[in-house]
Design a protein around this ligand. Structure first.
Ligand code: CO
Length: 214
């Protein structure tokens, strides 16, 4: 069967199963969403937010891009973040990377892939910041794994630098931001323990908490 037909068939079966378990399943979901979590993950097909966290539709608001990046000129990411933080009022924002990430791997090398090279440049900036630590790791796989982790940590920092997060911290002491890495090989998520919930832990130069507009 052609894959697109298989998808529609899969959908039909899924609807049947959901309704068998709970006849009101779709009626209830249609009433609205109030997820407590925003997930910023990689587009990689092997890292679906709901499945790997055992959550259901309605529980996680999701943004995905190549290598789970928080790029401050990305209107898509900023719009998702603003809506999640200020309208849905999520309690947690999680950046979840994954070992074996093709985007991070490509950023480690010198090959030209096309338009995406401009996106990968943001990851190369992370490499430059941690060059000494990374190049002290002799084993290439271990260096790659660490680079994946450091990239997540930097994206968490980048979240804390946004006016969206800092204003929310000021007005409601939330959301917590977290950095995780998922292992495709084991299915286990590692918490990198880089959680933030206030500007007090971020460098002074990035704090933008004093309004100048009267
Ligand atoms: Co990836």
């Amino acid at each position: 069967m052609e894959i697109y037909k298989a998808l529609l068939e899969g959908n039909r079966k899924w609807v049947e199963e959901q309704l068998k378990e709970d006849p009101n399943y779709f009626n209830d979901l249609a009433k609205g969403q109030s997820p407590q979590v925003l997930w910023i993950g990689c587009s990689d097909s092997r890292v679906p937010a709901n499945q790997i966290t055992g959550t259901k539709p309605g529980e996680i608001f999701v943004h995905r891009n190549i290598a789970n990046m928080v790029v401050h000129t990305d209107m898509n990411m900023l719009s998702v973040l603003d809506y999640a933080v200020n309208v849905l009022k999520v309690r947690h924002v999680i950046v979840c990377g994954h070992y074996g990430c093709g985007g991070v791997k490509a950023a480690m090398g010198s090959k030209q892939y096309g338009l995406i090279d401009n996106w990968l440049r943001n990851i190369k900036d992370v490499y430059r910041l941690y060059k000494d630590e990374l190049e002290a790791i002799a084993d290439e796989e271990q260096r790659f794994d660490r680079f994946v982790e450091l990239n997540v940590i930097e994206q968490v920092f980048d979240l804390t630098k946004t006016s969206i997060i800092q204003n929310a911290w000021k007005s409601r002491n939330q959301p917590y931001v977290h950095g995780w890495v998922y292992s495709i090989q084991t299915g286990i998520i590692k918490d990198l323990k880089v959680s933030f919930d206030s500007t007090s832990k971020i460098p002074q130069i990035y704090r933008i908490d004093i309004p100048v507009i009267a």
